[in-house]
Design a binder for this molecule. Structure first.
Ligand code: TXA
Ligand code: MG
Length: 358
């Protein structure tokens, strides 16, 4: 990508980026969760360009970003009290709220759905950009569809290169994974995607149980598609029995070494501790002090870093299912190639060596 398109977030550059958006361009910008690829939410042509650039299927709706609650309210047809509580408590911040849309929101933004997801990001550059553009900004994560979301300007440049008009560089995203998406319907609240705001915090604020899925259709929130956020190397998420999994790999390595073979490159992502010496070409420990928020903030950059080493396999240990751990596991699950990835890996060994270990 032309380096001149990566803009330091000075007042004049934010102004320049806002002008590009006003004229129907697409600009990547920092948020506290991940970088977004933004266009004027009221400009259908510009919104279509987002889908083209990302190679995103047209059935996957976008989140609209606003700089105030007042602006959000204009995008919905009605606002229940629960939404007001959530906005007051968690905005600006990593929470997207899905409610029936007002007629101002074009169908391309919502992929024809009658609802729209709205959030106010907690990043000064994002808020300034929205204010200066003078319109709400529709933005998905600024990566190619299906790939790991970017948490740094350089990652956006790597993925989308010359296809976009500019990237505002606001430094690394502090939360590091996407917003929580909730839908409010009939007095109930549904979790469509776990993310930066924990379910526990939402339940505390509303004094209401959050339902884990809408149930009607799996594609209610297309981010729930099974394969998403995936690196190029097949990723295998070890289950609860990760020790047994490691032992199995070690047995395989020993047998392989006896034959004088070169052990393939396997990269490992773990929460707080080293897994096994000599087994991995690289091991990324996300939070030695076992802080789930720190782990989340390092997850996507870590996956990208390991992926650049071109391992034949990436393995990850599961994280505790509490607070943001729910979102970390969700992303790993969707990035994982599961059984298929493991099978692909095992096929790289001669049959005589591995016997029936698949
Ligand atoms: O943190 C984030 O949410 C980032 C930053 C840039 O704000 N954005 C982001 O956008 O992750 P994207 O497009 O990668 O994911 C949006 C998710 C998708 O899973 C989409 O299906 C869901 O939100 N979504 C959007 N509008 C929806 C709607 N009306 N109903 C249900 N789900 C919706
Ligand atoms: Mg995305």
């Amino acid at each position: 990508m032309n380096k001149q398109k990566i803009l330091k977030p000075t007042a004049s550059n934010v102004h320049r980026a806002a002008k590009i958006i006003k004229r129907g361009g697409v600009v990547a910008f920092p948020t506290e969760t991940v970088y977004g690829l933004g266009a004027d939410a009221f400009n259908e042509k510009a919104v279509c360009r987002i889908f083209e650039v990302k190679k995103r299927p047209s059935f996957d709706p976008l989140i609209v970003h606003v700089a105030s609650m007042r602006e959000a309210v204009l995008l919905w047809s009605s606002v229940p009290d629960a939404a007001k509580v959530l906005m007051q408590k968690f905005w600006p911040g990593p929470l997207s709220i899905v409610l029936p849309k007002s007629s101002r929101v074009p169908d391309v933004v919502t992929s024809g759905l009658e609802t729209v997801a709205v959030r106010m990001p907690a990043h000064p550059v994002a808020l300034e950009l929205i204010r200066k553009a003078g319109c709400p900004i529709a933005a998905p994560s600024a990566n190619l569809f299906g790939y790991t979301s970017p948490t740094a300007a350089l990652s956006v440049a790597e993925d989308l290169g010359d296809k976009i008009d500019a990237v505002l560089d606001g430094g690394p995203s502090t939360v590091g994974l996407e917003s929580t998406v909730v839908k409010i319907e009939g007095g109930k609240i549904y979790l469509l995607r776990p993310g930066g705001v924990s379910v526990e915090a939402i339940e505390k604020a509303l004094r209401l149980k959050v339902k884990r899925s809408v149930g009607k259709t799996k594609l209610e929130s297309p981010g729930q598609m099974e394969s998403h956020y995936a690196p190029q190397a097949p990723l295998v998420l070890m289950g609860e029995k990760s020790d047994a999994f490691i032992k199995k790999l070690q047995r395989l390595q020993n047998a392989w070494r006896k034959k004088g073979g070169q052990w393939p490159k396997i990269a490992c992502i773990s929460y707080s501790g080293k897994k096994a010496k000599g087994l991995f070409c690289a091991e990324l420990v996300l939070s030695p002090k076992r802080d789930l928020y720190q782990a989340a903030s390092r997850l996507f950059q870590g996956i990208r870093k390991l992926d650049r080493m071109r391992p034949v396999l990436m393995i990850a240990s599961p994280f505790p299912m509490q607070n943001i751990g729910l979102a970390i596991n969700d992303r790993l699950q969707k990035a994982s190639a599961g059984k298929r990835g493991w099978k692909q890996f095992m096929l790289s060994f001669p049959k005589a060596l591995i016997g029936n270990q698949t």
